[in-house]
Design a protein around this ligand. Sequence first.
Ligand code: SAM
Length: 262
Amino acid sequence: THFGYRTVAQEEKEKLVRGVFSNVAENYDYMNDAMSAGIHRLWKDHFVSKIDPGRRPGGNELSFLDIAGGTGDIAYRILEHAAKEHGDFESKMIISDINPEMLGEGVKRFENTKYHSKSRQGERVSFKVQNAEVLDEIPDNSQDLYTVSFGIRNFTDIPKALSTAHRVLKPGGVFACLEFSKVTNPLLAQVYSTYSFNVIPLLGQVLVGDHDSYQYLVESIDRFPDQETFAQMIRDAGFATNGAGYENLTFGVAAIHTGVKP
Ligand code: SAM
C-alpha cells in the first residue's frame, strides 16, 4: 500500500484537509465572497482570460483538466471563455477533486447550465474524485490544459502533484495555477496578516459557525512558499516558464503561475 512511504503527518494532513472542505463545501462560494469582498471573482476572471482557453480555427478540440475544481468555478469560466471568445462548444472538461462533497456542489452547479445535458454530460463535462498527487484515471500526455485554483497549497506533497501535472499534460500543454501568495510590500503585508489571522476565523465563526476550518485556511496560506520559490518548484517538475513564471495580483495577495511542458 501507499502507507509504506507516507508519513503519519502526511496522512494526518490529508484527513484534516478533507474535513475542512467537507465542512465548508455547502457555504464555499458564499464564504469566498464574504472573505475577499468579491475580489476572488476578478482574480478568477483574469486567470481565465490570461490562459485564453479554446479551440483555435482549424485546430483540434481540447482537453481541459481542472484540478481541485471544487464547486466548478474555474471550469465554468473556462467553458464560457472558450465558447464566447473562440466559438468552441466541443472541447472537453474534466473537473476533479479529492473531496466528493465539494465535487457534489459542482455537479449541482452544472445541472443548471447550458453545459449540462443528461445525454451529453459524460461526453463534454465529467467529474472525477481523484487525488491531485496521483490522478490514476488520467492517462499520460492526454491534457492540453491543467488548471488549479486555490487548491495546491492544500496538497500534502506539492512536488509530487507538480510532476503528476507534468505527466498528464501533452507536450506543449499548459500548467496554470492561481493561489494565495506573499504580499510584497512590508507595510501592506502587516495589514494583510492582521486581517487574515484575526478577521477570517471570526467571519467563519459568525457567518457559518466554523472557526477552525477558516483558521486552517489562514495558516495554510501563511505556510505556502513565496512566488519565486514556487516558480522554481514548477521548473523543477520539468516545466518551462516564461520570464519569472508568475504574475502578482492585488499586491501579491494572490499570484498566477504558469508553465509549459516542453
Ligand atoms: N478551484 C476551486 C476554486 O477556485 O474556487 C476550489 C478551491 S478549494 C479552496 C480547494 C479544493 O482543493 C477543495 O475542493 C479540496 O477538496 C481540494 N483538494 C485538497 N487536497 C486535494 C488533493 N490532494 N487532490 C485534489 N484536490 C484536493
